[in-house]
Ligand binder design. Structure first.
Ligand code: PMV
Length: 356
């Protein structure tokens, strides 16, 4: 039995692509090393949360989760696990019937980190709900910092999707205000070309990979290169931060490609199913290198924990890059599929602001 009116909150949160990769975690979703990513513009998850007070006090959290219009048992279980964990932080959760409706505007399983955008959208809805229940409006900074902390508990990379632009997560001496608990936007100066950075995602395969990122993180605990990796990633984060501040785009390119290949070197030395690259992935990398050299460009590739390649370039190179993708790279993509995205400004509230 349910009383009172229901309330609806909606957020759209973008995905992100890391240039410095978070790989390995400790305690509850704390990163072994710092990371840095580009928040995307188009590729996003939209989530609506409807909540209504229960008539009777029941300790159990009650929720239904719909994805693309249909009940989704896997996402429901994942969300229930997170909400259960959050009960001490958000003690009001068991008092409400919760219904989530979530949609991705990018094709499912296409190598875009959907856990980053979906967990960020979910966290934003929960923090908005918290404001309403507690009649307490947070400052903008406090709101997004809390959402980033909650998102992190669902998926580490989601902590970064709560902010637009270039975002870091994980303590690093070279970045003021960096934290392991939540992500922080990286301030770019007005003239930085990174304000106009773009990402073409080349879909080599849409097949769900054998190795989940949770298993990959866990394998890092016993990896023989563990210590070396933590040191390498933190040094790369420091170097890329300086390169961004100094407009050293060649250095950004070198460090980013080194990170992508290091992630995969760790992956395929972790487990027998850790070889996620495909022959097409390597063809694309070779083509990008040749194209870059013959045109004197500073564009580059990065790869997530899968076979798909992100071609990172700048707006002023678009005229030459698009024909290159169409004529040279799309043939390596599954059904010729690729996604045209760019740096974005971060999440969007889809329902009217409340006064709380
Ligand atoms: O957020 P998770 O637990 O899915 O881990 C993501 C790890 C990488 O995508 C490989 C790197 C990153 O920093 O996004």
């Amino acid at each position: 039995m349910i009383s009172e009116e229901s309330t609806k909150i909606g957020w759209s949160a973008p995905s992100n692509i890391a240039l410095i990769k978070y790989w390995g975690k400790r305690a509850h979703q704390l990163p072994e090393n710092g990371s840095l990513s580009i928040t995307l513009d188009k590729s996003a998850t939209t989530t609506f949360l409807t909540f209504q007070k229960k008539d009777e006090k029941v300790e159990k959290i009650s929720l239904n989760y719909y994805f693309q219009g249909e009940r989704h048992p896997k996402f429901e279980t994942k969300t229930a696990r997170l909400l259960h964990y959050l009960r001490s932080e958000m003690p009001f959760l068991p008092d409400y019937e919760l219904v989530f409706h979530s949609e991705n505007n990018f094709p499912h399983s296409t190598g875009i980190a959907s856990s980053a955008s979906s967990m960020a959208a979910l966290a934003l809805c929960l923090v908005s709900m918290e404001e309403i229940i507690n009649h307490q409006k947070r400052s903008k900074d406090d709101f997004f910092r809390r959402a980033s902390t909650i998102a992190r508990l669902g998926s580490g990379s989601a902590s970064r999707s709560v902010f637009g632009g270039i975002v870091t997560w994980g303590c690093n001496e070279s970045i003021a205000a960096s934290s392991d608990e939540y992500a922080t936007p990286f301030q770019l100066h007005n003239g930085s070309r990174l304000n106009h950075i773009r990402d073409i995602i080349l879909i080599v395969s849409t097949k769900v990979k054998n190795l989940s990122s949770s298993s990959g993180h866990a394998l890092m605990n016993v990896h023989p290169y563990r210590e070396g990796r933590i040191k390498q990633a933190n040094t790369n984060l420091e170097k890329i931060s300086n390169a961004i501040r100094n407009d050293d785009y060649l250095r950004i390119m070198e460090i980013s490609e080194n990170e992508a290949l290091s992630l995969h070197a760790l992956l395929f030395t972790s487990a027998s199913d850790g070889l996620l690259l495909k022959p097409e992935t390597l063809h694309i990398i070779e083509e990008i290198k040749q194209f870059r050299e013959s045109n004197g460009l500073d564009l580059f590739f990065t790869i997530d924990a899968g076979p798909n390649v992100h071609l990172i370039y700048y707006d002023d190179q678009r005229e030459i890059v698009l024909p290159f993708v169409q004529q040279r790279l799309s043939r390596y993509c599954e059904n010729g599929q690729w996604i045209d995205d760019k740096i974005g400004t971060g999440p969007l509230l889809l329902t009217p602001e409340t006064d709380s």
